[in-house]
Design a protein around this ligand. Structure first.
Ligand SMILES: Nc1ncnc2c1ncn2[C@@H]1O[C@H](COP(=O)(O)OP(=O)(O)OP(=O)(O)O)[C@@H](O)[C@H]1O
Ligand SMILES: [Mg+2]
Length: 250
């Protein structure tokens, strides 16, 4: 059975970093992984250290041209599928699909609709599908992400970060999305705020599954523009993410 994990939360809390560290863990467990960068800002490839070639957004022009040229009896779905396979970046340890943004227009409906289709059709080929989403609630309010086993809401030490988690939980309940579990991961945690965050999460009735500390190794790599994928085992963030992964049964 494929496990679908989506990572969400307020801007800048560390969604992409946590996603990359989870992929790092899964790769070391030899899982078949599809990583999807669903953020139009596209940061996951860099954080993983993957040279990006193609994005789903780039397909828009191709599909528009093809639509007019294709004979009416041809199965457009199969063309769509073969095109998606071309766009999946096959890395040694994982496959990466980058949604990106459609060329030219400011509307993401096209890319989002494709993402919905991908989620419906492609996920069963993998052990784990993990999505890094953009900040905000759009992927949920538009029901682009519907069937998820574990939704991980990343928060920082701020009250606002935990409020976002609360709002995401309310929204997913209202929309009757098919999300099995919602967990909160507090990131960039320090000894000073660890307990306060845990108390606030309890007050808000949020399931705090882990607290990832501020990690100097991440800060250094960020400044140097180096990926997080090959962080060593003695990184304190790696250790906590591995613990979280085990708790999630990964
Ligand atoms: N545990 C950590 N320790 C130190 N720095 C961290 C940690 N986690 C993330 N960071 C840093 O915090 C910044 C934001 O992280 P990241 O890009 O992962 O956040 P994000 O939630 O994906 O942001 P966005 O909303 O823009 O997509 C980055 O500079 C990253 O290197
Ligand atoms: Mg990000």
């Amino acid at each position: 059975m494929t496990k679908v994990i989506a990572v969400t939360g307020k801007g800048g809390t560390g969604k992409t970093a946590i996603t990359a560290l989870l992929i790092r863990h899964l790769a070391r467990c030899n899982k078949e992984i599809l990583a999807i960068d669903a953020d139009p800002d596209t940061n996951l490839p860099e954080t993983l250290g993957c040279e990006l070639e193609k994005t789903v957004g780039d397909m828009k022009q191709f599909m528009l041209t093809e639509r007019d040229n294709l004979p009416p009896d041809i199965n457009k779905e199969s063309i769509f599928e073969s095109k998606i396979y071309e766009i999946i970046n096959e890395m040694p340890d994982y496959d990466l699909l980058v949604m990106g943004r459609p060329e030219g227009s400011g509307c993401y409906c096209y890319v989002n609709n494709l993402l919905r289709g991908i989620m419906d059709r492609f996920v069963t080929n993998y052990d784990v599908v993990i999505l890094d989403t953009e900040a905000g609630l759009e992927h949920f309010s538009r029901k682009i992400i519907r069937d998820v086993d574990d939704l991980l809401v990343v928060t920082d030490g701020s009250r606002r970060g935990l409020r976002t988690a609360e709002r995401i939980r309310e929204l997913t309940e209202e929309l009757e999305t098919n999300i099995r579990n919602i967990y909160v991961i507090a990131n960039k945690v320090t000894d000073t705020n660890r307990e306060k965050i845990a108390n606030l999460a309890r007050e808000l009735d949020l399931k705090l599954i882990g607290t990832v500390p501020v990690d100097r190794m991440i800060e250094e790599r960020d400044l140097a523009g180096d990926p997080l994928f090959d962080l060593p085992e003695d990184s304190i963030a790696v250790q906590e993410v591995e613990r979280i992964a085990k708790e999630l049964g990964l």
